[in-house]
Design a binder for this molecule. Structure first.
Ligand code: ITT
Length: 187
């Protein structure tokens, strides 16, 4: 089985490909569709709207889109759905500055993966990974906020832990694994 992933983010694509590979599902990067992202505080709404612009009418292929966010408790969930924009603007340094003097550094990553295709108008799969925000960036692997996110139960950032470990426990891995199980078994 083959699924097209509508994304411009190659790191996301790599992580998701490895997870779906465990199920024998091939993932292809789809650059021909555009992921239309509405502005919303809700990742599920963003994904549902993106799916509606991809699977219009009868489709013969399967497509996935994903939207993520890093939600920091003491910042009332900021940057959340705005994570991509905040990363590009104030970046890791800006987030660490906002967190200076804050002891409770609890945060979580949330991934919402949406699937559409033949006989599947829209189906969402959710993954959440809790952790804490580091006091400084550490590690050079991964992407985005990986150098400042320490998953619960570890004392290293995703940037230090690397892809193999990240893919065992990340929000994205959880969402794509749920999708794999659903497609191959429990539909
Ligand atoms: P799309 O083309 O799929 O939209 P994107 O990078 O714009 O790719 P999002 O809109 O979902 O993705 O933005 C989420 C941002 O959150 C992303 O750009 C990263 O900065 C950050 N992020 C998401 N997942 C992450 C992860 O696993 N590790 C670190 N940062 C992550």
């Amino acid at each position: 089985m083959k699924i097209f992933f509508v994304t411009g983010n190659e790191a996301k694509f790599r992580e998701a490909s490895l997870v779906l590979g465990e199920f024998g599902i091939e993932l292809a990067m789809d650059r021909s569709h555009r992921k239309i992202e509405i502005q919303s505080d809700n990742l599920e709404d963003i994904v549902n709207n993106a799916l509606a612009t991809i699977c219009t009418g009868d489709v013969s292929e399967y497509f996935v889109v994903e939207d993520d966010g890093l939600f920091i408790d003491k910042l009332n969930g900021f940057p959340g759905p705005y994570s991509s924009y905040v990363y590009r603007t104030i970046g890791l340094t800006g987030i660490l500055r906002l967190m200076s003097g804050i002891n409770d550094r609890t945060a979580y990553f949330k991934s919402v993966v949406g699937l559409c295709g033949p006989q599947i108008p829209a189906k969402l799969f959710i993954g959440v990974r809790y952790g804490v925000i580091a006091t400084e960036p550490r590690g050079s692997e991964g992407f985005g906020y990986d150098p400042i996110f320490i998953p619960s139960g570890f004392n290293k950032t995703f940037g230090e832990l690397g892809l193999e470990i990240k893919n065992k426990l990340s929000h994205r891995a959880m969402a794509f694994r749920t999708l794999g199980n659903w497609l191959l078994g429990g539909r």
